[in-house]
Design a protein around this ligand. Structure first.
Ligand SMILES: C[S@@+](CC[C@H](N)C(=O)[O-])C[C@H]1O[C@@H](n2cnc3c(N)ncnc32)[C@H](O)[C@@H]1O
Length: 222
């Protein structure tokens, strides 16, 4: 635990965390998975002419490029880390993880892959997503509920739940692998409070652990 606390405190020092960003891998750069995600996100809601916001695109515009090819009217990213800037019609906005820098009802669709579990302020973020979506707008998200420090060992996928909240924060708050440890019922309650209605919700279970370890949600804003 001491090692994790030290790593976390070091990542709280801005120049060091900026340096560490360069070494993060597998953050939205691969086209193969993006094509599969794009198919899933577009099967129930065609994108042509739509304004799309991607929450937490990470290091790559793979989804954005597919969306532009499919004729979206705009594709914008919002991230708390400066992985991406602008590339042609694609622009990523850096923000504080609490208040999205867009006016109300700016988007028809919000997409997000493997970012919700990293939210430090999940309730505020869900309300913000609701605010920037237009009425009837759709949120698509893939959320990974596993312990990100033990992704290679299925038996440890829920290891993060062993710690009290204060200890977990002390170990991970500033690190990119921080996960907020919310479970599916917590997310469902937040969606409900923000007046989202479920279009579809697919939980995935670990057979070994007998627990939900990720989910895909399609939510409509009232
Ligand atoms: C594991 S990466 C996923 C990147 C990409 N979506 C992918 O699938 O490879 C998580 C991303 O979410 C971002 N993130 C964390 N908290 C966020 C927040 N509150 N709002 C937006 N992005 C956030 C991180 O900076 C990072 O880019």
């Amino acid at each position: 635990m001491i090692r994790e606390v030290l790593q976390n405190l070091l990542m709280g020092i801005r120049p060091l965390s900026r340096l560490a960003l360069r070494f993060h891998r597998g953050m939205g750069e691969e086209t193969g998975p993006a094509e599969d995600i794009f198919r899933r996100f577009t099967v129930s809601a065609p994108v042509a002419g739509k304004r799309v916001l991607e929450i937490g695109p990470g290091k790559g515009w793979a989804l954005g490029k597919l969306a532009l090819q499919a004729g979206v009217s705009g594709y914008t990213g919002a991230d708390v880390a400066p992985y991406l800037g602008s590339e042609g019609a694609l622009a990523c906005h850096l923000f504080d993880g609490r208040r999205l820098p867009f006016p109300d009802a700016s988007f028809d669709l919000v997409w997000s892959v493997a970012a919700f579990e990293h939210f430090r302020h999940p309730r505020e973020m869900i309300l913000e997503i609701q605010r920037v979506l237009c009425p009837g707008g759709i949120l698509f998200c893939d959320v990974d509920l596993r312990d990100h420090y033990h992704l290679a060992q299925e038996a440890l996928w829920l290891d993060c739940l062993r710690h009290p909240e204060w200890q977990w924060r002390l170990m991970t708050w500033y690190r990119s692998g921080y996960v907020n440890r919310l479970r599916l019922p917590d997310w469902e309650a937040m969606f409900h409070q923000a007046a989202f209605e479920a279009v579809s919700l697919k939980p995935y279970e670990s057979a070994l652990l007998g627990q939900v370890i990720s989910f895909e949600a399609v939510m409509r804003r009232a």
